[in-house]
Design a protein around this ligand. Structure first.
Ligand code: AMP
Length: 278
């Protein structure tokens, strides 16, 4: 695997490989890689000739009160995992390489999808995400880019950015990879102590109980929410449990097949998100 710290080397390498007729798949990450990230690399391998990954803990998507400094950084282990899983090129810039001083003057913003769900609680988060992802796309010029459904709102926003801005990139959603107990894998899971690790799987349990109830014929959202909340409380501090259209993210009162059910909750100080589609 070739490792580059600069945009210019990454661009030159990937452009040269693409110029020789190879398809390029990109897996953007913030590092501290786990099986969820690796599943994206494996999926990219199935579709593309060349696999590029990026590791960059993006400061512009963290609010000042959030965990940018504490975010786990494990570069050596990450490089090993990427090599073992057939990644060809790693782009691993530092902040200075990625952004110039006035970077916040020019951003990618979205005004509807980014305002619901997590956007209600993380002001400017998706602006930071879209801005960095557009930059990564322009540096790497991938044919395909891979995103996890765990971060469903992020996936949808990126898919829509690509569509609305006429970018020629295939945005590929990948299923959420979970621990045996159902907890969605996340770099932030390492913040939790063993007691919290036992509580956190209640989030997925809540989602699966909602799905069971829906499958048994209940479609009233208030009733389904009650079932889900009953499982979440008292172990977790709920931020939201919402039912929304999976294309528009607008809230719905009547669940149907294709409805997104999304949860954000704090387990101690760790903010966790998860979702299912009915
Ligand atoms: P992150 O490093 O958390 O920014 O995540 C990088 C990519 O990996 C994003 O597209 C995430 O949605 C995806 N991802 C993170 N956790 C999981 C998971 N448990 N299953 C599948 N994809 C994941």
């Amino acid at each position: 695997m070739k490792i580059f710290r600069t945009k210019s080397e990454t661009r030159a390498q990937l452009a040269s490989l693409a110029g020789r007729g190879n398809t390029v798949g990109l897996v953007p990450t913030m590092g501290n890689l786990h099986e969820g990230h690796i599943s994206l690399v494996k999926r990219a391998r199935q579709d593309c000739d060349i696999i590029a990954a990026s590791i960059f803990v993006n400061p512009s998507q963290f609010a000042p009160s959030e965990d940018y400094n504490a975010y786990p950084r494990t570069p050596d282990a990450d490089i090993k995992k990427l090599e073992e899983n057939g990644c060809d090129v790693l782009f691993n810039p530092d902040e200075k390489e990625m952004y110039d001083e006035e970077y916040s003057n020019t951003v990618v913003d979205e005004t509807v999808l980014s305002k619901t769900l997590c956007g209600r609680f993380r002001e400017n988060h998706f602006r930071g995400v879209l801005t960095v992802v557009l930059k990564l796309f322009n540096i790497c010029m991938p044919h395909c880019a891979y995103f996890g459904m765990k971060d469903y709102q992020q996936y949808l926003l990126i898919r829509e950015m690509v569509r609305k801005m006429d970018m020629n990139i295939n945005v590929v959603p990948c299923p959420t990879v979970r621990e045996k107990n159902g907890l969605a894998m996340s770099s932030r899971n390492s913040y939790m102590d063993s007691g919290q690790e036992e509580t956190a799987p209640l989030i997925y349990k809540s989602l699966t109980e909602i799905k069971k109830a829906y499958d048994s014929g209940i479609s009233d959202v208030a009733t389904l929410k009650g079932i889900g909340m009953g499982i979440l409380i008292p172990g977790l501090k709920l931020q939201y449990l919402e039912f929304a259209d999976s294309g528009t993210l607008q809230k719905t009162e009547e669940a149907k097949t294709g409805t997104l059910v999304a949860i954000a909750a704090y387990c101690g100080k760790t903010r966790l998100i998860d979702n299912i589609i009915l």
